[in-house]
Design a protein around this ligand. Structure first.
Ligand code: MG
Length: 257
């Protein structure tokens, strides 16, 4: 008897629930119009692009080298950068050592052109070796790898001793190579380890060689990348001790992001 009662009660409850679901009406989502998913402000700033034919910087860039002087640069002791400026290009002076920007940067877009002298001598790493250090710590390799092989994680377009380039779009000595480097600065935890590693996209002569690559840590010639907490840092151009003829740079500009 009790069993039958419980069965009836359960059945009644089920009917009630179904009836409620049928009766209860919820609002329909409002009808969308195309404009509801479009927004107009803030409008990105208008920037005048540089000329491709004359290789000029866009209007909002900081010009780091315009062919005239190295006033935006210094050596590693904070003294005048002792590299040679002639006919619109700056050539590495191996005796003067590395040079760095006086200004420091976080995330940025960097444009830099470089050329290996025609008839350069040497092989592997000892041929047109230089480098671009992002925030003074992470090297994008500069090297003459036109018909010159070396270890792949140390070749042109590599994050030195970390990540080889996807391809080798190097031009031959005497011609100008163009790097466009899009760099996202790291974020550190309080304990000095990375919350977010630095990341970099590198385009060499219009070809992607690093695609949003995670940088593991500082560039070390011997040993593994290290984690070193840092603030904004300079762009450093490497004066490498290899015995080959020195390379040149021109048209260097940077946009902060
Ligand atoms: Mg180097």
């Amino acid at each position: 008897m009790q069993k039958l009662f419980l069965l009836c009660l359960t059945a009644a409850m089920m009917v009630g629930t179904t009836a409620n679901a049928q009766e209860k009406k919820y609002p329909e989502p409002e009808k969308m119009s195309p404009g509801m998913s479009e927004y107009w402000t803030p409008q990105p700033k208008v920037v005048t692009p540089g000329s491709i034919t004359t290789n000029t910087a866009p209007s909002d860039a900081i010009v780091l080298f315009d062919g005239k002087d190295l006033s935006k640069w210094e050596n590693s002791k904070g003294e005048a950068a002792g590299w040679d400026v002639r006919q619109g290009v700056v050539t590495v002076n191996k005796k003067a050592g590395d040079i760095r920007t006086k200004e420091t940067f976080g995330s940025f877009q960097l444009h830099i052109e470089w050329s290996v002298p025609r008839g350069i001598h040497g092989s592997s790493q000892a041929r047109g070796n230089s480098g671009i250090f992002l925030q003074g710590k992470y090297e994008v390799q500069v090297l003459d790898n036109y018909q010159n092989e070396t270890y792949v994680n140390g070749m042109v377009g590599s994050i030195y001793k970390q990540t080889p380039p996807l391809v080798n779009p190097m031009r031959k000595p005497g011609e100008w190579n163009v790097y466009d480097i899009i760099y996202t600065a790291p974020v550190f935890k309080e304990d000095g380890t990375y919350l977010y590693h630095p990341r970099v996209t590198v385009i060499l002569n219009g070809v992607v060689v690093q695609n949003n690559t995670e940088i593991l840590g500082t560039t070390e010639y011997i040993g593994f990348p290290r984690t070193v907490k840092h603030e904004e840092g300079p762009i450093v151009l490497q004066s490498h001790g290899d015995p080959s003829e020195p390379i040149s740079f021109r048209n260097i500009w940077i946009r902060k992001m």
